[in-house]
Write a protein that binds this ligand. Structure first.
Ligand SMILES: O=C(O)c1ccccc1NCC(=O)[C@H](O)[C@H](O)COP(=O)(O)O
Length: 209
């Protein structure tokens, strides 16, 4: 399983995570997040990060903004974390460079009825799925959802698992029929929002081998 560390805001921590072979680096471009990256880093600084797994996280952002930010920062993945429609994704795909992959987020809350249908009818324009816990703040809550729900789904794309992943619950991965392609960690590995606890991340990485 691969690892994504999301909500990065510090260049020295990013460099250390790269040296630890972290597979995906998540940058949040959502102003309301306490991990909004542009409060700490410039577009140029994000561009200067040399890595093939740079993920930009967007919440109900316009296509123009996504295109502008991804071009200026040289993102490799666009994570759509809001309520983006199929039409929006198709439009974005047409305009986005084909080297950039799209991750569509499914936030899991109490509304489970349409989930099966949505996953089965997912547009081919989507390259990866990410499952997170639903909340008013969209993400970064540190709360996990009931992973058993995933065992009732036919997941036809590689998926990222997120939402409160920590050393305490990682063992439960063994109960999943289809294993995640990537584990996405965030607030459970922070000293404060955007400031990662690298020692804790190093320790966690031992669970992935
Ligand atoms: O982390 C945020 O502040 C955030 C805010 C709004 C949308 C997405 C956000 N994070 C995106 C992620 O991919 C997180 O890793 C994911 O939500 C899990 O976070 P956590 O529950 O803290 O492990």
């Amino acid at each position: 399983m691969k690892l994504k560390v999301c909500g990065l805001t510090k260049l020295n921590q990013i460099e250390e995570l790269i040296s630890l072979n972290t597979n995906f680096l998540g940058f949040i471009f959502y102003e309301k997040s306490p991990r909004y990256v542009l409060n700490s880093l410039t577009l140029k600084e994000i561009k200067s990060v040399k890595h093939h797994g740079k993920v930009g996280v967007f919440v109900n952002e316009t296509i123009e903004q996504i295109l502008e930010i991804s071009a200026k920062t040289e993102l490799n993945f666009i994570q759509l974390h809001g309520d983006e429609s199929d039409e929006f994704i198709s439009e974005l795909r047409k305009k986005l460079s084909h080297e950039i992959k799209i991750i569509k987020v499914f936030r899991i809350g109490t509304e489970l009825e349409n989930l099966k249908f949505k996953i089965q009818n997912l547009k081919s324009e989507v390259d990866y799925i990410l499952f997170d816990t639903d909340s008013k703040s969209f993400g970064g809550t540190g709360k996990s959802f009931d992973w058993q729900i995933l065992n009732d789904l036919e997941i036809n794309k590689p998926y990222f698992l997120s939402g409160g992943i920590s050393e305490e619950n990682i063992e439960n991965i063994k109960f999943l029929n289809q294993k995640p392609f990537v584990l996405d960690i965030n607030s459970k590995f922070e000293i404060d929002p955007g400031n990662k606890d690298l020692e804790k991340i190093k320790k966690f990485k031992n669970h992935l081998v």
